[in-house]
Design a protein around this ligand. Structure first.
Ligand SMILES: [Zn+2]
Length: 218
């Protein structure tokens, strides 16, 4: 999934980028409440001249991409709980999950995105909040399940599983312009399959299962 930054300008109408500096302590999950919009559409809405709401969010994710709409060290208006220093608005990064298109894929992307954000900060799923936790709004509404919040519990378990696996993202690997098996990124480092990479470079790769030792010879 592609992650890009397209910050709304300082001075955007209705104080949507208030410019309060923020040291986030949690991540708040939302659904957009809009069944027919993409991440790009939601980003554009923030600077649409017909929008007269004082509402904003840091990141919006859909089946294709994630767009960072405000810097993550500035507050946004997404939690519906005012501007007190301990409010969700002043302490939490707001992530909007789009409802349109391939929602299964969108949710996959959201799980990966949120897991990588937690990992980057050394946080666990205890740092996740619903919009509901701040203001009582039924949001993320597609996780509500009539008050049982089944989808929310599932979402948190999936993020936890992703964190536990430690594999947050795949990495494509090319050797001399030829694509080989995917590697993965763990804690900021790219791991590549040794046999595939070694053999593509004409080396001999052996594995001793007893001593758990790989040997690459060229
Ligand atoms: Zn919300």
């Amino acid at each position: 999934m592609n992650y890009r930054k397209d910050h709304i300008p300082k001075g955007t109408a209705y104080n949507r980028r208030p410019g309060h500096s923020m040291t986030p302590t949690t991540i708040t999950i939302h659904n957009t409440g809009n069944p027919s919009s993409t991440a790009a559409g939601e980003r554009n809405w923030l600077t649409n001249p017909t929008n007269n709401r004082q509402a904003s969010y840091h990141i919006v994710v859909d089946e294709r991409e994630a767009i960072e709409c405000l810097p993550l060290n500035e507050s946004a208006w997404h939690a519906g709980d005012g501007s007190g220093v301990k409010s969700g608005n002043r302490t939490s990064i707001g992530v909007e999950i789009c409802e349109s298109g391939n929602y299964v894929k969108t949710l996959d992307n959201a799980v990966k995105l949120v897991a990588s954000m937690l990992k980057e900060r050394g946080w666990g799923v205890d740092r996740l909040r619903r919009h509901y936790d701040w203001s009582g709004k039924i949001c993320p509404r597609l996780m509500y399940d009539g008050g049982k919040w089944t989808g929310w519990n599932e979402f948190k378990s999936r993020v936890a599983a992703e964190l536990e696996a430690g594999i947050v993202d795949k990495a494509k690997v090319y050797v001399n312009d030829r694509k080989i098996e995917d590697g993965f990124i763990l804690e900021g480092r790219v791991y590549v399959p040794l046999r595939a990479a070694g053999e593509a470079l004409g080396a001999k790769v052996s594995w001793d299962n007893k001593t758990k030792t790989a040997v690459l010879t060229k």
